[in-house]
Design a binder for this molecule. Structure first.
Ligand code: NAD
Length: 441
């Protein structure tokens, strides 16, 4: 099929490249000319494993093209996907749909009858109805509007797109349903579960999924706090509950709180939707509060590890991206932690394997180190914030030799207390017994 993908960000670019790989002819559109020029020159705007090779091979076959010219992409398309950003609106946290509606208006001026418009962006319930209204207002006839929320995870986006746990399609007519069946046919043949629902249900399903995952994370984080008070190990608790099929092991890793481009804004947007219709969502509301407090409280863990005062202390930070295998810094837990460290008088030297360029745009007043050992050099404490694989196998003796102080603060529970103590360091994990008791060997 001929597909126009409006918005060539994390979701649009990955989806466009994967659809092209399925054999469709995809034109990815973005209004950011630098991004499109870069892509036409083979330069990826984001760091995502496997993406460059996938984009190149499909571009070489002529199935994947990039343009800023929306009309030319849309007028030839049988399906138009909207994959633009839907950030949280400042002040109230409502999903800002400006990009979506602007894109729809642009699409309306050129779209042909019989085309299907599909929202891949995460949008509140009723957005599909509003899109239909806009198209009608602009005089567009015989165009179907469907919802196809995206569940890929950054860092594993291509694998997730090609082997999804499920595909959700919200459609109100056969034409939209048939078009999406055809687009996802290769996955259909592989027996990926495809769930056809009403459009509003599909829109809500995406928010419910992200909210539930956020609840799981906040739940285990609170259990981790309890573990510290009663001398229990949250890693074992998580395993002990996660082996229960009704609970499952994923998203039960205690840490510094969730971040990223989706959970924070999607939980807020769900609360806005609920408020609007007068249905309280107490669990999600509390989850948001728990997570905000958690991110802000990480600085206290570092402070405690350094004897209660950060003034004049030097802190090495490992990992800046909101999670490994991405350079995405949106809502990363590293941001409030580093800002508070600096505010309380600490010097920070930080290292991330790929996110430095993005981090430099949002973090000021810190040094960026060339590797983990350089970040540790002369520091009073080393803090692991993002669990990149390369931080899982550090030479702890070398780290101990480069540090000025003795503290390893492991906000991702990557290390065992014993191995850290054997290297002569004090270990401060999350939810792993009483923190104060760690003693270097
Ligand atoms: P992004 O900010 O990386 O990309 C959005 C792109 O859309 C930008 O490049 C922007 O220039 C472009 N754009 C905006 N208006 C445009 C217009 N009128 N015409 C052409 N291009 C336009 O965003 P993202 O992370 O890809 O997220 C997109 C949507 O997908 C959001 O609703 C998000 O919630 C959802 N989502 C994201 C993820 C994720 O992991 N990032 C996962 C699932 C769903």
């Amino acid at each position: 099929m001929r597909i126009a993908m409006i918005g060539t960000g994390y979701v649009g670019l990955v989806s466009g490249a994967c659809f092209a790989d399925f054999g469709h002819r995809v034109t990815c559109v973005d209004k950011d000319a630098d991004k499109i020029d870069g892509l036409n020159a083979g330069k990826m705007p984001i760091w995502e494993p496997g993406l460059e090779a996938l984009v190149k091979s499909n571009a070489e076959r002529g199935r994947l093209t990039f343009t800023t010219d929306l009309p030319s992409a849309v007028e030839n398309a049988e399906a138009v996907f909207i994959a633009v950003g839907t950030p949280a609106r400042r002040g109230d946290g409502h999903a800002d749909l400006t990009f979506v509606f602007d894109a729809v208006r642009e699409v309306a001026s050129v779209i042909k009858p019989g085309t299907v418009v599909v929202t891949k962006s995460t949008v509140p319930v009723g957005t599909g109805d509003r899109i239909e209204d806009i198209l009608r207002e602009e005089g567009v006839a015989e165009v179907s509007v469907a919802s196809n929320p995206e569940f890929l995870r950054e860092g594993a986006a291509i694998a997730d797109f090609k082997h999804p746990d499920r595909i959700v399609v919200g459609a109100e007519d056969d034409r939209a349903q048939e078009a999406l069946k055809e687009i996802y046919r290769p996955l259909f043949l592989n027996r990926a579960p495809i769930l056809f629902t009403g459009r509003r249900t599909a829109e809500l399903t995406k928010y419910a999924a992200n909210a539930f995952l956020a609840v799981k994370i906040s739940f285990i984080n609170e259990i981790a706090d309890l573990c510290e008070a009663v001398d229990a190990d949250v890693q074992d608790v998580a395993r002990g509950i996660g082996l229960d099929n009704r609970i499952g092991p994923k998203f039960l890793h205690a840490g510094p709180g969730y971040g990223g481009s989706c959970f924070p804004k999607d939980t807020l947007a769900l609360l806005q939707t609920a408020d609007k219709v007068g249905v309280d969502q107490r669990i999600v509301r509390t989850t948001v509060e728990v997570n905000d407090d958690r991110k802000a409280s990480m600085v206290e863990r570092v402070e405690r590890a350094l004897g209660g005062d950060l003034k004049g202390k030097r802190v090495g930070v490992l990992g800046l991206a909101f999670k490994p295998n991405t350079d995405d810094m949106r809502e990363a837990p590293s941001i409030p932690l580093i800002n508070l460290l600096v505010e309380r008088g600490a010097e920070v030297s930080a290292f991330d394997p790929v996110a430095r360029e993005q981090a430099e745009k949002v973090l000021t007043g810190i040094e960026f180190a060339e590797d983990a050992y350089a970040a540790a050099a002369g520091a009073d404490a080393l803090v692991i914030v993002t669990e990149w694989d390369e931080f899982r196998a550090l030479d702890l003796d070398k780290i101990a030799a480069s540090l000025r102080g003795r503290s390893l603060v492991d906000l991702r529970n990557v290390y065992d207390r014993n191995e850290v103590e054997e290297a002569g360091l004090a270990y401060f994990g999350i939810g792993r017994g009483r923190i104060e008791e760690s003693q270097p060997a």
